[in-house]
Ligand binder design. Structure first.
Ligand SMILES: [Ca+2]
Ligand SMILES: [Ca+2]
Ligand SMILES: [Ca+2]
Length: 422
């Protein structure tokens, strides 16, 4: 396709990010959060935090927000009823794909440089109505007018097969070379990946990885769990070992966690990180879709690599912590955890009167130290901008409204900039 260029465009995301930090700092008063009751540390907040309201979108549905590289620096992109974008250089909302009556976008979606020119496109599925039934997977490319043009990757399935999770994946394959694509969790059970062809405007090749043994599996993250240097997957309560050639060979599915599926406990938000500094990845997980939810770390026993993983509970009593991010917040070299709660889960639960974003500072074998970062604004699929060395943590998210149950809910898109003070 002629419109796809492989030339590298001249842009510098680092400069844009720093300019954006200056903008936040100049216009906003600091709103350092106070610790709440419970297991939080008793002393004052060690963070300096500024909050930016990007938009109040009324009853508009926003399913997810990610950041992408554009020719002019980073943007935050969100979709639900339509696709909108906030360039970090200016933060003014731009509608990049207009709404279509009766059509919605899926929870799953990601930024990915499909064309290899240094500019990220958006991969997301669209379907019928608020729940995006009968979805088709698409990628959206910025056109010269600054709007996003849709290219169809292929159908995903029928009915409620809406992908909850879509993330980029790449593989080094036998004989040399790399292949790239996205992993898609369909109907919270079938794991599939779509391979980008030489001409990405053509339909992508669909490879079915497998059906997970139980329903209600969600949350998806990629990392080298098996230690073979490959792109293993973690989804719900299972991890899936990548074969040497993911185009032709079978993936192995193994259970790592014990959160039971029938009660939706297994619908997780997941991250992979070396939480104890031993060089092996652990799975950090929260029960993303339920009230009275747990947060904890699953560790693989090197003596019993196929046996049950051990679980260390970090916190409990959370409300739909559908956001989970890892970073070293306090610069001590240990990876810390950030968790965000929703205002309303997608199921038959009461509203959360005071959704929180909390940090859990990693203190090694001592308990994690819980710190309140913000409260009052629910978050769903919270993202974190690429972090400069020694720079602040910048989090952003929309709250997913459930107006079919709570008609007065409003969608707010927020951004927080967090500095470690000491
Ligand atoms: Ca691109
Ligand atoms: Ca480890
Ligand atoms: Ca740390």
């Amino acid at each position: 396709m002629k419109t796809i260029s492989r030339r590298r465009r001249n842009f510098d995301p680092r400069g844009r990010i720093l300019a954006a930090f200056a903008l936040f700092g100049a216009g906003l008063a600091a709103t350092a959060a106070e610790p709440s009751k419970g297991p939080d540390a008793a002393t004052g907040s060690p963070f300096r935090i500024t909050h930016t309201l990007l938009a109040n979108l009324g009853g508009e549905h926003v399913a997810n927000a990610v950041h992408r590289r554009t020719a002019r620096g980073l943007s935050i992109v969100a979709w639900g009823d339509r696709i909108v974008e906030w360039p970090l250089n200016g933060l003014r909302l731009r509608e990049v794909v207009a709404p279509v009556e009766g059509q919605g976008y899926t929870n799953g979606g990601c930024a990915l440089d499909v064309t290899g020119d240094g500019i990220d496109e958006i991969v997301v599925a669209r379907g019928s109505g608020r729940w995006a039934h009968d979805p088709e997977l698409c990628w959206f490319q910025e056109n010269p007018a600054g709007q996003l043009t849709a290219h169809v990757i292929g159908p995903v399935g029928v009915g409620g097969s809406t992908p909850h999770d879509i993330i980029p994946i790449s593989f080094s394959v036998p004989g040399g070379g790399k292949i790239r694509g996205v992993v898609v969790v369909i109907g919270r059970r079938q794991v599939t990946w779509y391979q980008i062809p030489d001409d990405p405007a053509q339909p992508w090749t669909k490879h079915v990885i497998g059906q997970l043994p139980e329903n209600n599996q969600s949350g998806l993250v990629i990392g080298d769990v098996a230690g073979h240097g490959r792109a293993d997957l973690v989804c719900g309560m299972y991890w899936v070992e990548c074969p040497a050639d993911p185009r032709r060979e079978k993936w192995k599915v193994r259970r790592f966690g014990h959160w039971a599926a029938p009660t939706m406990n297994s619908m997780a938000k997941l991250q992979l990180g070396d939480m104890n500094g031993d060089g092996q990845l652990e799975i950090v997980a929260s029960q993303a879709e339920i009230p009275d939810s747990k947060l904890g770390i699953f560790s693989r026993d090197p003596k019993q690599p196929d046996g049950p993983w051990t679980f260390r509970e970090i916190d409990a009593g959370l409300y739909c912590p559908h956001s989970l991010t890892l970073t070293d917040l306090d610069g001590d070299g240990r990876t810390d955890i950030i968790v965000g709660e929703m205002t309303a889960g997608g199921w038959r639960f009461p509203l959360n009167p005071n959704p929180r974003i909390m940090a859990y500072l990693n203190r090694g074998s001592a308990p994690y130290e819980r710190r309140l970062l913000a409260q009052g604004s629910g978050v769903h699929e919270m993202g974190m901008l690429p972090r400069e060395r020694g720079g602040p943590v910048v989090l952003y998210a929309a709250d997913e409204t459930q107006t079919h149950k709570f008609p007065d809910m409003k969608t707010h898109v927020n951004l927080w900039t967090i500095w470690w003070k000491p």
